[in-house]
Design a protein. Structure first.
Length: 448
């Protein structure tokens, strides 16, 4: 059962996952995985079965227990849906029941095709990346692949020695056996499955320059192949200051640490995951275009990864703030001002069709550049209305209240209603700004 009209047939509203433990063996040359996933599920309503997302991989064995009592479960793949698995629980269980479901699975992972390109597990020339947004987690692990389902994670990866496998959170090498090495990654902040990731390459992990001891700056790691390390260190040298800029604007960094992973390939777009971002070697060219993306991905740790939408129609809540963060960074470095950056974006939008509603752009257009730019302009319009000080406090309060929770556009409006009187702004004025920018297709006047 789908929970999101933008992604029909994905996720379920019958259950949630609170913790996900995965132990995955990855054979790179054959692009074959074999693993065990333990899902700590909680039923949200009475159910005799649960549907999970799992794209093209095979469940070899299913087990389940409630309070240590084994259930007689059976996992089947409903035809003709090669991306779903139905787990029959053997009996009706009441809403609220905690089920520990263990699935042994294997196969050759492949990306999902989608209107936004291929999503999920992708073989590289010499390694693997996972680009999970919006529904790619199911290409490597059985899960409920919907953004409102948040889980902590414990991911163990075994692969060929000489490669560094990465997932989310804190990682350590746990053993080496012959030519195989095993790493374990633990993430103690709950995130949606699409923000969990696997990256494997001939990487080296180093401390990023400029990250030692600055207040509010978590440990910054660079994960990059040795031949690109020097270039990466140069291109990413500003990340410490970037982090300070965003900590000042948005409040404490939400995760334990941050890694910039540079895949050993050219990537069209970088991508955020919980506690890390993925770039291509083309993003190391030192250009402003790359630098703004490095800032953009980092800002997603607050907007998207900690404060996360429940439905994909609200993507502007992630991309608007991430794009606004690029402008904030341009201003922090003295390159430009938020106002000039915003004006350029507004002029760009003027030249485009005004047929997109920001708070419901439709699935085809949800990653359209207009969602990003108009989203950022909405943030600028709100800042103009509330004033810098009240806006800053309102945003930090938004993040603090909703970190590791699900948000929507209506919730942001209600939150700002609470702040408008403190800024001396009539609530009606706030509604007028939000209505014009997020609910109507016409481009409002520049918020200057
Ligand atoms: Zn983004």
């Amino acid at each position: 059962m789908s929970t999101d009209p933008y992604l029909p047939g994905i996720g379920t509203d019958a259950a949630t996952v609170e913790h996900l433990r995965v132990d995955l063996d990855v054979r790179l040359a054959a692009n074959r995985v074999a693993g065990t996933a333990v899902l700590h599920l909680r039923l949200l309503r009475q159910a005799a079965e649960v549907e999970l997302d799992l794209h093209r991989l095979t469940v070899d064995e299913a087990r389940a227990a409630v309070d240590g009592r084994a259930l007689r479960v059976r996992a089947t793949r409903p035809r003709p849906r090669p991306h779903r698995v139905v787990v029959a629980l053997g009996e009706f269980l009441p809403a609220g029941t905690a089920v520990e479901l263990t699935l042994r699975y294997s196969g050759h992972p492949v990306p999902r095709r989608s209107p936004w390109g291929t999503i999920g597990w992708e073989e590289l020339t010499d390694g693997v990346l996972v680009a999970g947004q919006p529904h790619g987690a199911s290409t490597w692990v059985p899960c409920i692949d919907s953004p409102a389902v948040r889980q902590t994670a414990d991911i163990t990866l075994t692969t060929d020695a000489g490669y560094l496998p990465l997932a989310n959170g804190r990682g350590t090498r746990v053993r080496t056996r012959g030519s195989r090495e095993t790493w374990r990654w633990v993430l103690d902040r709950p995130v949606p499955a699409y923000l969990l990731t696997v990256q494997i390459g001939r990487y080296r992990q180093v401390t990023a320059p400029g990250s030692a001891g600055a207040p509010g700056v978590p440990p910054l790691r660079l994960v990059v192949s040795p031949r690109h390390q020097a270039r990466a260190e140069q291109a990413m040298a500003a990340q410490g200051r970037m982090m300070q800029t965003f900590v000042a604007a948005y409040g404490p960094y939400p995760f334990e640490d941050y890694a910039a992973v540079v895949a050993d390939e050219v990537l069209e777009i970088p991508l955020e995951a919980a506690g890390l971002s993925l770039f291509g070697t083309n993003h190391l060219d030192g250009s402003w275009e790359s630098e703004r993306l490095i800032a953009h991905e980092m800002a997603h740790q607050w907007f998207g990864n900690a404060v996360t939408l429940g439905r994909w129609s609200d993507l502007w809540l992630h991309e608007g703030f991430a794009c606004y963060s690029e402008w904030l960074w341009a201003e922090a470095t003295g390159r430009s001002s938020v106002t000039s950056m915003a004006r350029r974006a507004w002029q760009g939008l003027q030249a485009q069709p005004e047929d997109l509603v920001l708070a419901d752009p439709g699935p085809e257009d949800m990653f359209d550049d207009r969602v990003y730019k108009r989203g950022a302009l909405t943030v600028v319009a709100l800042r103009r209305l509330l004033g810098d000080a009240a806006f800053g406090e309102a945003v930090r309060d938004w993040v603090a209240r909703h970190a590791f929770a699900t948000v929507d556009s209506t919730g942001l409006r209600a939150h700002l209603h609470g702040w408008a009187p403190r800024a001396g702004v009539p609530v009606g004025d706030l509604d007028a700004v939000l209505d014009a920018w997020t609910l109507r297709p016409e481009l409002p006047a520049f918020p200057g």
